[in-house]
Write a protein that binds this ligand. Structure first.
Ligand SMILES: [Zn+2]
Length: 191
C-alpha cells in the first residue's frame, strides 16, 4: 500500500510544480492521463487495501460493475500504467478503466476523463472551440441516426398493421390514393 501512497505523493508534487500548471492545450483525456495513474484509480475503485502487490503488478477482485469477481482477475501494471481483467477480457489505460467503471460509451471517453479529473480534485482544462463544434456535429449525426431508426420502425409497423388492410382494396387507383393518405395519417399519429 505504501508505494501507492508514495506514488500519489510524487505525482501530487509534480502537479503543483508551476511549470506543469496551466501549461496547455492538453485535451481533457491527456490531462486526466497525466494527472491520475491507473493504480490510483484502481485503488479508489477497489477500496482501501484491496489491491495486493504481486511481483511488479497489483491484483484485486475486479471492480467493474458488471463483474462479480470471486478470485482476483483484475491486474494493474504500473510499468505501463495499464490494467487488464482476465475474466472480463477488457483492459487499457486509466481512461478505459474510468469509462468501464462509470459506464461510459467508447465515444464518451472525454466525459470519463472529466469525471476522473474531478474525482481526484483536478481542474478540467477548458475546451477549445473546436471541441464544441465537434460536439455539435456529433449531436446532429446522433439525431439523424435516431430519426432514421424511428422512420424504419414506423415503416415496419405500417407494413404490418395498415398495409394488409389497404391491400384489400381492389381498384388500383383507389388503393394507391388510400395508401398515400394512410401513410400521411400514420406518420402524423406516430411521431
Ligand atoms: Zn472483470
Amino acid at each position: 500500500m505504501e508505494s501507492i501512497a508514495e506514488n500519489r505523493r510524487e505525482r501530487t508534487l509534480e502537479a503543483t510544480r508551476p511549470e506543469r500548471r496551466g501549461v496547455s492545450a492538453r485535451t481533457v483525456i491527456e490531462e486526466a492521463k497525466a494527472m491520475v495513474s491507473t493504480v490510483d484509480l484502481a485503488d479508489r475503485l477497489c477500496g482501501p487495501g484491496r489491491l495486493r502487490r504481486v511481483g511488479d503488478k497489483w491484483v484485486a477482485c475486479c471492480p467493474l460493475p458488471d463483474h462479480e469477481d470471486r478470485s482476483p482477475s483484475f491486474t494493474v501494471y504500473p510499468d505501463t500504467d495499464s490494467w487488464f481483467c482476465f475474466a472480463c477480457l477488457v483492459g487499457g489505460d486509466v481512461i478505459e478503466l474510468a469509462r468501464h467503471a462509470w459506464g461510459y460509451e467508447k465515444a464518451e471517453a472525454a466525459m470519463a476523463a472529466g469525471d476522473l479529473l474531478q474525482e481526484f480534485g483536478h481542474d478540467i482544462p477548458p475546451r477549445p472551440p473546436a471541441w464544441f463544434r465537434k460536439q455539435e456535429r456529433q449531436r446532429h449525426t446522433r439525431d439523424a441516426i435516431e430519426q432514421t431508426k424511428k422512420n424504419s420502425d414506423r415503416r415496419r409497423l405500417f407494413e404490418l398493421l395498415v398495409l394488409p388492410h389497404i391491400n384489400t382494396i381492389e381498384d388500383e387507383e383507389r388503393r394507391n390514393r388510400e395508401l398515400d393518405r394512410a401513410w400521411d395519417d400514420f406518420q402524423r399519429l406516430t411521431p
